[in-house]
Design a protein around this ligand. Structure first.
Ligand code: KIV
Ligand code: NA
Length: 275
């Protein structure tokens, strides 16, 4: 059954945990959907894990649409959320609505996600007014990496914790139907989850959130040597893929692939005449 914003709300009310993973292409989305994931996030993390940038800053609306549309084609049941990239909404409420609209029309996703608390509430409100569901994202917001001075845990001081709670309540009031909490101390994330009527989806925010999200290359061990503290590797796809490719290279080199069963036949006399 297709998951919708109502599914998210019902799951929160019933205390059922929401599982979300990123995906950026058709075949991966199809696999995750078949595995029963509730929601797929086409994160702007694609700039790093798919395109090889150091940050999410260079990602464009076109990038998000290109990958978002592919994911939507692969996701039958999962609710697909597409990230709004850096500078596609910060510039004005008008730009936010125009770009959210483009993403929705050109990907046919169910929702968009954008980073920020109180500062982006007018943007969230306007997008929601245009009938586009919005997921908010607070805590460590990677598009602000240059303003933060690096990727670090947010909300540790009393002042920062209070601001994070206020931001969570503000984005809910602005109409967001869910909020991502990234790199937030677990007890603060628990408090925020309890205070909110909408589901809080955590990444590096402890087990008491209403759901969890991870970047799939992190949880399948496919992305480099650095593993963030909050990541658990549920699978070992990176080494499995590498080993398969090594075997392929070897088999091609030795001429042991392809074998008879991988080849197409033709009548011998046709070939003899051509010699
Ligand atoms: O871009 C992304 O993958 C995200 C998640 C880490 C929440 O925003
Ligand atoms: Na993101």
């Amino acid at each position: 059954m297709k998951n919708t914003v109502s599914t998210f709300q019902k799951m929160k009310e019933n205390g059922e945990k929401i599982s979300m993973l990123t995906a950026y292409d058709y075949s991966t989305a199809k696999l995750f959907d078949e595995a029963g994931i509730h929601s797929i996030l086409v994160g702007d993390s694609l700039g790093m894990v798919m395109l090889g940038y150091d940050t999410t800053i260079p990602v464009t609306v076109e990038d998000m649409i290109h990958h978002g549309a592919a994911v939507v084609r692969g996701a039958k049941n999962a609710l697909v959320v597409v990230d709004m990239p850096f500078m596609s909404y910060q510039t004005s409420v008008y730009d936010a609505v125009v770009n959210a609209g483009r993403i929705m029309k050109e990907t046919e996703a169910t929702a968009v996600k954008l980073e920020g608390g109180k500062d982006v509430c007018p943007h969230i409100e306007a997008i929601v007014k245009a009938s586009i569901p919005v997921v908010a994202h607070i805590g460590l917001t990677p598009q602000s990496v240059n303003a933060f001075g690096g990727f670090k845990v947010q909300g540790k001081s009393e002042e920062a914790a209070k601001k994070l709670l206020e931001d969570a309540l503000a984005v809910e009031a602005a109409g967001a139907f869910a909020v991502v909490l990234e790199c937030v101390p677990a007890k603060l994330a628990k408090l925020i989850s309890e205070k909110l009527r909408i589901p809080a989806i955590g990444i590096g925010a402890g087990a008491d959130c209403d759901g969890q999200v991870l970047v799939y290359q992190d949880m399948l061990n496919m992305y480099g040597d650095f593993v963030p503290k909050f990541v658990k590797q549920f699978g070992n796809a990176g080494p499995v893929m590498k080993e398969a490719v090594q075997e392929y290279v070897k088999a091609v080199g030795e001429g042991t692939f392809p074998e008879e069963q991988h080849t197409f036949a033709i009548n011998d006399d046709i070939i003899e005449k051509l010699y």
